[in-house]
Structures are given as C-alpha cells and as structure tokens.
Write a protein that binds this ligand. Structure first.
Ligand SMILES: [Zn+2]
Length: 175
C-alpha cells in the first residue's frame, strides 16, 4: 500500500481502552433536550460527561445532529470515552501522541510538569486547581486535558497493580 495518509506515525488510540459513542445512537428524546449524559465507573470513581448537541439544517431538508466535543468544541459525529475524558478523535490523537512519545519514567513525571505550568500543587493525588490568572481558556483546557488523560492512565495502572496483588493475596488465603 502507499499513497496519501500511509505515512502516519501513530495508529489509533488503543482500542480496548477506548469506547466510542455515535450520534446515530442518541435517542430522539436526548436530541430534543439538546444534550446527553454519560456516566460510568473508573478507578473506583464515578465519572460523568455532559455532552451538548447541535443541530444543523440539511440541504435536503430535515435536521442533522452533531455532538459538540467537550474539549475542543468542534462539531463531530463520534466521540470517544477513555481515561476519564470524553472528546473527539482529534483531541485524543494529540494527547496519545504526546504520551506515546514519552517513555515510562517521563510519563510519571509529566503530570508534575503540567501541574507546574498550571501553578497547581504537585502530585496527582492533590485536587486540581483553577485556571491561572492571565492564561487563555484554550491553553488551560489543552493542558488540563493532557494532564487528566495521563493522570488517569497512571491511576489506572496503579489500580491494576493493586487489584493483581489483591487477587494474588486472595488466592493464597483460600488455599
Ligand atoms: Zn475535540
């Protein structure tokens, strides 16, 4: 194969960690409300997303619905849920790309650097802070999104480790 687009350096975000939602699956009731709510458990925490819907007139009459990406506010037909975030493919590709270019050690240090830029207390165990004065909302959202994706990934890896230990412990105990 060759041709246009074959030179992509990174693939799709890891599919098994990523769930997608399609505008086609949104009920008529939700469309009438103008928003959809998604909630699920992640690392023992209830995560909720409120996604706004937009409608546009079709050339052939009728209306077509779109999601508004909660991160970049672009109009999209598919949104992805991963690492406690809900965003469009473009947003995730950017976040995953920076993660993939980072080795494990640096990945663990990355949230610290991002928190530093936001003037937040170091350490992902601490609550998130607010937008620093003088920083553009766009910049703030971009940094926070990256921070949350990486922080949740680290948190997930830690939970996996704990659960494995728990299982191992339970197996020893039941003998
Ligand atoms: Zn987006």
């Amino acid at each position: 194969m060759g041709g246009l687009g074959s030179g992509r350096q990174y693939g799709k975000p890891t599919a098994n960690r990523l769930e997608s939602i399609n505008i086609k699956d949104v009920s008529a009731g939700n469309k009438a409300n103008g928003f959809v709510k998604y909630s699920y458990w992640l690392n023992g925490k209830l995560v909720g997303h409120l996604v706004h819907l937009e409608q546009a007139e079709c050339n052939y009459g009728g209306v077509r619905y779109w999601f508004t990406c909660p991160n970049c506010h672009r109009r999209v037909g598919v949104l992805y849920l991963s690492s406690g975030q809900c965003a469009c493919r473009k947003c995730f590709n950017l976040a995953y790309k920076s993660e993939r270019e980072t080795n494990q050690d640096r990945l663990y240090r990355k949230p610290g650097k991002l928190r530093d830029r936001l003037g937040w207390r170091p350490g992902i165990v601490h609550p998130d802070g607010d937008k620093p004065k003088g920083m553009h909302w766009k910049t703030f959202r971009r940094i926070k999104f990256k921070h949350d994706v990486i922080a949740n990934r680290i948190c997930g890896a830690t939970m996996e480790w704990i659960n494995k230990r728990k299982t191992a412990y339970a197996t020893t105990q039941s003998r």
